[in-house]
Design a protein around this ligand. Structure first.
Ligand code: FMN
Length: 338
C-alpha cells in the first residue's frame, strides 16, 4: 500500500497561501484603482466619466418611457443635469453615441407628452423644446421601441440546447489565423449584452499576429499545449471611469463577465472555437502585464479569451456539470432572531 499523502500539503502546493498583508495589498490595489478612476470619492473630471453619468441619467428617463403607465413629467430631477452634460460634452468636442442617445431620449420624452396632450414640467420646458427643435426621430432614435411576442417566438425557433451544448472550451486548433472581421462581428454582437444603466464600459484588445500572441500569452498561465495554435487572443477589460457609487465596486467584474460570455457565444455562432483564459492574478502579475502592454490604468482586466479555427474532429474535456436541482432552490426567509 502506498504511503498516505498529506492532502492539506498537496492543496497548499496547488493554491499557495497568501498572508493577510498580501491579501490587503491585493485588495488595496483594486480599491486604489476603483477610487482613483470611478467618481465614487471625487467626481472624475475625465469626459469619459461625464459621458457615463449622462448615459445613466438619461437611461432612467428611457426606462420611464418603457413603463406600462409613465407619469406625466416623470424624471424631472434628471433633466437639467442631462441638458447640462449634453451641452458640456458637445461644446468640448466630445459628442458621441451617448450624447446622441441622450438627445434622442429627450426628443422622445417631449414627443411622449405632446402626443398625449400632457404638460411638460414647466421648470424645463423651454430648454427642452429648444434642445429638440428640428430633431427628427430618424436621426435621433431613442426613448422606447416596441417588441412583440411573436417576433420573440420566431427568433427563438432554433435548437438552443444544441447551440449551448456544442459550446465547449476548445483546446485544439488548426493554427490558422482568425480574421479581424470575424472578431469585430462577434464583438458587435456581444455589445448587445446587458450593461448596468446602459453604460458600455467593456473594452476588448486583440492579438492576431503569432509573435504578438505568443508574447501576450507568455504573461498568462493556463494556455499550455494549445496557446501556440490560437488564431487570436482577446483581452476583455472594463473601464472604471464609468462607475460612480461604492455599491458598484464589483460591478465591473459582473458586466465584464457577462460580456465575455456573450462574446464566446458570438464566436461559437461564427463557428470559431474558444477557451476562456483566466486572469486570476495577483497585483504583481497584473502590473507586469500592464508594463508590457498598453492597457490603460483605468481599466480592470476581466479575462483573456483564446480563439481559433476548429479541426474536423477533436476532444474536449467532459466537464460534468451538476443538475439544476443542485443550483436552484426557493429563497427562504430567515426567521427573526436567528
Ligand atoms: C473566467 C474563466 C477562465 C478560464 N480559464 C481557463 C484557462 O486559463 N485555461 C483553460 O484551459 N480553461 C479555462 N477555462 C475553461 C474552464 O475550464 C471551462 O469553462 C469549464 O471546465 C467548463 O467546461 P466547458 O467550457 O467546456 O463547458 C476558464 C473558464 C472561465 C469561465
Amino acid at each position: 500500500m502506498s504511503d498516505a499523502i498529506d492532502l492539506t500539503q498537496e492543496r497548499r502546493k496547488y493554491t499557495p497561501k497568501a498572508d493577510l498583508d498580501e491579501v490587503r495589498r491585493n485588495y488595496d490595489y483594486d480599491m486604489e484603482k476603483f477610487l482613483t478612476y470611478s467618481s465614487t470619492r471625487d467626481i472624475n473630471p475625465d469626459p469619459a466619466a461625464l459621458t457615463s453619468y449622462l448615459v445613466s441619467a438619461y437611461h432612467s428617463l428611457e426606462k420611464g418611457l418603457a413603463m406600462e403607465v409613465p407619469k406625466a413629467g416623470f424624471g424631472l430631477r434628471k433633466i437639467r443635469p442631462i441638458l447640462a452634460a449634453i451641452a458640456e460634452l458637445e461644446s468640448s468636442g466630445k459628442a458621441s453615441v451617448a450624447t446622441r442617445g441622450a438627445r434622442g431620449c429627450m426628443r422622445a420624452y417631449v414627443q411622449y407628452h405632446d402626443d398625449r396632450g400632457l404638460p411638460l414640467p414647466i421648470e424645463v420646458e423651454t430648454e427642452l423644446r429648444a434642445l429638440v427643435a428640428g430633431m427628427g426621430a430618424a436621426d435621433y432614435p431613442g426613448g422606447s421601441i416596441t417588441l412583440n411576442r411573436k417576433e420573440i417566438e420566431e427568433a427563438t425557433l432554433f435548437d438552443y440546447d444544441r447551440f449551448i451544448q456544442t459550446r465547449c472550451s476548445v483546446r485544439h486548433f488548426t493554427g490558422e489565423s482568425v480574421s479581424p472581421e470575424d472578431i469585430k462581428k462577434a464583438v458587435q454582437r456581444a455589445i448587445k449584452t446587458p450593461r448596468t444603466c446602459n453604460r458600455e464600459m467593456r473594452r476588448v484588445y486583440a492579438a492576431y499576429d503569432p509573435e504578438l500572441r505568443n508574447y501576450l500569452l507568455s504573461y498568462h498561465n493556463g494556455n499550455r499545449g494549445f496557446g501556440h495554435k490560437l488564431g487570436a487572443v482577446l483581452v476583455v477589460t472594463v473601464d472604471l471611469r464609468e462607475f460612480d457609487m461604492i455599491g458598484e465596486r464589483n460591478q465591473g467584474w459582473i458586466d465584464g463577465g457577462l460580456f465575455a460570455m456573450s462574446l464566446v457565444y458570438a464566436l461559437h455562432a461564427g463557428h470559431l472555437g474558444t477557451c476562456m483564459l483566466n486572469w486570476s492574478e495577483d497585483y504583481v502579475r497584473d502590473q507586469r502585464l500592464r508594463d508590457a502592454f498598453q492597457i490603460p490604468d483605468h481599466e480592470i482586466i476581466i479575462t483573456f479569451i483564446g480563439v481559433g479555427h476548429l479541426p474536423e474532429s477533436f476532444e474536449v474535456a467532459a466537464s460534468p456539470a451538476p443538475s439544476a436541482d443542485e443550483v436552484l432552490s426557493i429563497i427562504a426567509v430567515r426567521p427573526s432572531g436567528s
